[in-house]
Design a protein around this ligand. Structure first.
Ligand SMILES: CC(C)(COP(=O)(O)OP(=O)(O)OC[C@H]1O[C@@H](n2cnc3c(N)ncnc32)[C@H](O)[C@@H]1OP(=O)(O)O)[C@@H](O)C(=O)NCCC(=O)NCCS
Length: 196
């Protein structure tokens, strides 16, 4: 059967990590990731877990799955979920920090500390962007890793205030070259090169 070209692979395994759309059982993990996604400067104490009850934070995930457009992509390792990217539409009556328009979902994402810097965030966000090409977000200007990731996947700054920047992405398609690791040429040992 030929699948529609807009459909992405449901489950993809890369380097023993599985990338898949969320299921209801992921919701507690998504809350953990929302907590991690709240930026604290290097060396500062993490925010108390109770911050998740604050309305301006809780609305990113409360009753997740009940609103049209709620969606998430999850990465699992052999020891359980290790990261997630999710999106939700928050309208002008209750905008998120990264609000740009009612119809543009806001992104949240985080990877557990021990699995960062391995391409998991890029893959998760790339997968989610294939389902929701237009998204927006708010990022702390000191969060260099996140800013660089968003920039490289086509997000652009649209507003800035108090050390945070709202970034948005409106492209209809994600250039695949930006999403997936490019195949690397085989390493050649100069000593083994054929000199003939
Ligand atoms: C931001 C975050 C999601 C990135 O996930 P990740 O899996 O570590 O990122 P990846 O390994 O896929 O790297 C993707 C890109 O991010 C950027 N990046 C990642 N780590 C970086 C670092 N330490 N310094 C600078 N840029 C970095 C690079 O542009 C990188 O692209 P490259 O691989 O081509 O160099 C992760 O660092 C994280 O969970 N941070 C804490 C939570 C958070 O800040 N969430 C976002 C809130 S707005």
């Amino acid at each position: 059967m030929t699948r529609p070209t807009t459909q992405v692979d449901t489950v993809v395994v890369v380097d023993e990590h599985t990338f898949r759309p969320w299921i209801a059982a992921d919701v507690p993990f998504l809350w953990d990731m929302l907590h991690l996604a709240l930026f604290v400067p290097v060396g500062a104490e993490p925010l108390p877990r109770s911050v998740l009850d604050e309305p301006k934070v809780a609305h990113y995930l409360r009753s997740f799955g009940e609103r049209t457009g709620d969606d998430a992509q999850v990465c699992e390792g052999s020891d359980g979920p290790v990261g997630a990217a999710w999106c939700r539409k928050l309208d002008s009556t209750d905008p998120g920090y990264g609000y740009v328009a009612d119809e543009v979902p806001e992104l949240g994402m985080a990877i557990v500390g021990s699995r960062r810097g391995r391409g998991i965030g890029r893959r998760l966000l790339g997968d989610l962007l294939q389902r929701h090409p237009a998204m927006s977000l708010s990022v702390d200007d000191a969060n260099t890793a996140a800013v660089e990731l968003y920039r490289s996947l086509g997000f652009r700054p649209v507003a800035s205030a108090a050390g945070s920047t709202t970034m948005a992405r409106t492209q209809r398609e994600v250039p695949s070259a930006l999403l997936l690791e490019q195949p690397r040429p085989p390493q050649t040992n100069p000593d083994e090169q054929d000199s003939s």
